[in-house]
Ligand binder design. Sequence first.
Ligand code: ADP
Ligand code: MG
Length: 676
Amino acid sequence: MAKPAIPGATPVVAEKLKALGLTTQADLVLHLPLRFEDETRITPIAAAQPGMTAQFEVTVVAAEILERPRRQLVCRVEDATGQLVLRFLHFYPSQLKLLQAGRRLRVFGEVRGGFWGSELIHPRLKVIHGDEPLPTALTPVYPTTAGLSQASLRRLIQRALEEADLSETLPAPLLKRWQLEDFATSVRSLHAPPPGLDAAALAAWQRPFWRRIAFDELLAQQLSLRQAYAARRARTAPVLAGDGRLTAALLARLPFRLTEAQARVWREIERDLAQPHPMQRLLQGDVGSGKTVVAALAMVRAVEAGYQAALMAPTEILAEQHYQKLSAWLAPLGLELAWLSGSQKKKEKQAIAAKVGAGESALVVGTHALIEERVVFARLGLAIVDEQHRFGVRQRLALKQKGQEVHQLAMSATPIPRTLAMSYYADLDVSVIDALPPGRTPVLTKLVASARRAEVIERVRALCAAGRQAYWVCPLVEESEALQLKAAEETFAHLSAELPELRIGLVHGRLKPEEKAATMAAFQRNEIQLLVATTVIEVGVDVPNASLMVIEHAERFGLAQLHQLRGRVGRGAAESACILLYEPPLSENARQRLKIIYEHHDGFEIARQDLHLRGPGEFVGARQSGLPLLRFADLEDEALLAAARAAAEEMLAQWPEHAARHLARWLAQRAELIRA
Ligand code: ADP
Ligand code: MG
């Protein structure tokens, strides 16, 4: 690629532009104004009102530098209707010279009511000679950075609009079908709208042009992700097909039947695994929807085909649970699981890695020690990551295999709203388990002010006396792990004092893995009745007899976290409840979050509202993923997104040159970021 350059930019300016992400003229064309200033009109001084932003044409009466109350340059100016003060708190001595009595100026700024009448602080000013015509277009104000003036940015953008290639990248039939404005008109109009419109009229006038730009941006995203998708389909991976004997045996031995939704996603996965291309599928299903058994089927399928499969979970507790559960399901089929975690002794790890490397262990479950220990697999065919969001979105699996591509399945209980899945995840295939297994009772959610903590404690006492179990989630202290630990220990001490007859356990992130595992196992066996925990129990933990979840300082938790935590109960047949203890007064945002979690149980709906509250940036974890964020498009415009998606398919098939030009315009600098 040619070295990106912006004609007219000095090296210093080029550096500043780069900081704004602008390295080509095409980038400048797409650097759109934040707002406009109207310098097409002159306001008489007599009409100046505090708060208005306006331009005046004036003559300098006098200017001086005052030393008190602080050093400043003050200049009195007049027109035929009155006088005005210009005030500069930062200035160069040369400015005093500029403001000689009798000079004619155009000054632009916000009017303030001062002690001496109206004044402008740091107005923009321009000396005029003779009859200088007023500009006919509004003056754009661009996002900029320190040391890069609006004037130079405007000049460079103006030049880019004249010199850059603004040719249409959309084939005419598509423009027509979706009633889109053409590109050149759109960018020119957005940089230079006509004067004389008030804010509402201007917004209405610009709407079709913004729509076109938003469409283009979505289209570029779709094109690049679909290309990545196509590139993957061109690579080869082992065909994981089998005679179905083991999978059938697993299904036959399960204590339940798959739900329709589970059966459907298993068919989708089964079909992918039988292809000679690497699967890259996201399996979404709300907490408790039964993703684990689908993972087990896929792993068994790999074994049927003569390959190895690995399952990774983000926490030791969760990995351990998977290990237990999968062992119980698979041992009767004569399948053995290997277990690998960060906390194992080095020797132990080496022994397991050796068995995996020799192909003696076909199935491996573990934490990301699986990645970190650089385990080399003899014949890895399938890698599964559970609770994908905890690993950071689309972190590449670094599992080693000998030159082979593997099928990948990521499982997540944090549902991705539909529009997000259609945009940022367009390079993945997505399966959704959209129904819970039968017999679940919905969890009753209650919001309780912390002043009523004693009542909640009584409720825990009664519940445990009746043979049930409960979780008590400690206040979240994000700032410091030490403080978090302290909070957990204090909560534990307090509850132990209040509930002396109960067997109470404590788990937090600082415990040794074997201590954690022992506590969890005791809870599983009902030897511990009340489990005090930090968010380490957020994911995956499955103890059906636990039917009460208390979350302290619920207002500090994010929506996805609350939903995950609540999903730990309601797993058995018993009536379950989740008590959200909060500390009034609530911030507006906290109030909204608690309202959403109170009103909704469907993870997808909660995720949709979360997206609305937080925006997509945080949602996709854009920082880790390196995905460029959408600047212009709004994911809530689902119709436009669907149009861009359809257009991308069509262009890749029928108008590849158009597609290539479109990508070059939009993503030249970021292409490598997209190939996650
Ligand atoms: P998640 O999707 O949150 O990982 P799990 O796989 O842990 O959910 O399943 C939650 C619980 O539901 C487990 O105890 C599991 O054995 C059980 N389960 C899974 N599928 C079914 C089903 N079809 N019918 C009844 N129970 C099921
Ligand atoms: Mg799970």
